[in-house]
Ligand binder design. Structure first.
Ligand code: HEM
Length: 270
């Protein structure tokens, strides 16, 4: 089994090092900007001394990346950003939303769109953002596939990615019902019926989604709870695992980059 070469620890970023005193500053008096900078460093130092969190931050952010890394490597972070934007806008929408099938859900969305300050903007961001996230997650998967990033030792990260892809689609599907207008209602009936045609588990899955044999009052609250509690929780946990593995294993070099003939990478002869 090939062994991965151990990389040296990344250096402490300059922003966290106290700068040496400038000529004329030896008396200890600094300008207001320098004072503010020193206060920032002091606070970071105080927290770090008690938690050692800067080590984690450095491990996560100051990594060596392979030669040939390009813009396509930003697709994963772009997906992460889309998810964070969905999370923030979703929290604000949840402040007004009522999962009441007898007209309350539709009315609460109408209220957000027409009457709440910036409501239409936040709802628009969430609605368009969901499509953006779906497109980005597919592009990111395409990049990792075409660059062979699913191969050893990153198979587990690929599998976690597949689960993230399914969960992203579940978010889009469950969110679609929430406005509870005609389009949402009928599209979801079609979607749930399509799920029901799956082999073996299909009928159980559609029963679970409906909350029974018929599309009824529990369906909406079930979709709402899946959409804002269950699946986001799973996505956050899995993104954590995904990024841990990205940091631990590093990213794959593009397939057209040839490995350097370094002594570290040559296998020892027995
Ligand atoms: C919520 C969804 C996802 C997020 C937020 C996410 C985030 C990221 C980030 C930030 C990276 C590192 C930078 C990069 O290569 O772009 C990465 C790498 C990776 N992702 Fe994802 N990802 C997601 C979904 C997926 C999916 C659906 C797959 C595949 C099925 C996948 C497979 C991988 C693999 C194999 C790597 C390692 C890339 C390499 O070594 O070059 N990810 N991911």
């Amino acid at each position: 089994m090939p062994r991965l070469p151990k990389l040296p620890a990344p250096p402490l970023p300059a922003a966290l090092k106290a700068p040496p005193a400038r000529p004329g500053e030896e008396d200890g008096r600094l300008g207001p900007i320098e004072d503010a900078k020193q206060a920032g460093i002091t606070i970071v130092d105080w927290v770090d001394e008690r938690t050692s969190l800067s080590g984690v931050g450095r491990w996560l952010l100051f990594r060596k990346v392979p030669k040939g890394t390009n813009w396509f490597y930003t697709l994963g972070s772009a997906t992460l950003f889309a998810f964070l934007s969905q999370a923030v806008t979703g929290v604000f929408l949840a402040m007004y939303y009522r999962p009441d099938p007898a007209g309350g859900a539709y009315e609460s969305i109408r209220h957000v769109t027409n009457e709440v300050f910036l409501g239409q903007f936040v709802r628009g961001m969430h609605k368009w953002g969901s499509s953006v996230m779906v497109v980005l997650v597919f592009l990111h998967m395409g990049r990792t596939f075409l660059f062979g990033a699913y191969k050893y030792p990153r198979e587990l990260n690929w599998v976690i990615g597949v689960v993230l892809l399914v969960l992203t689609l579940v978010m889009a599907f469950t969110g679609y019902l929430l406005p509870f207008d005609q389009r949402a209602y009928w599209a979801t009936i079609v979607g749930v019926n399509i799920n029901g045609t799956g082999p073996l588990l299909g009928p159980y899955l559609s029963d679970f989604l409906r909350g029974g044999g018929e599309f009824g009052a529990t369906t909406l609250s079930r979709f709402y709870s899946i959409h804002m509690l269950l699946v986001p929780g799973l996505i956050i946990a899995l993104i954590g695992a995904h990024l841990y593995l990205v940091t631990k294993l590093g990213t794959t070099a593009p397939p057209w980059e040839k490995a350097e003939n370094s002594a570290d990478l040559r296998e020892a002869k027995a």
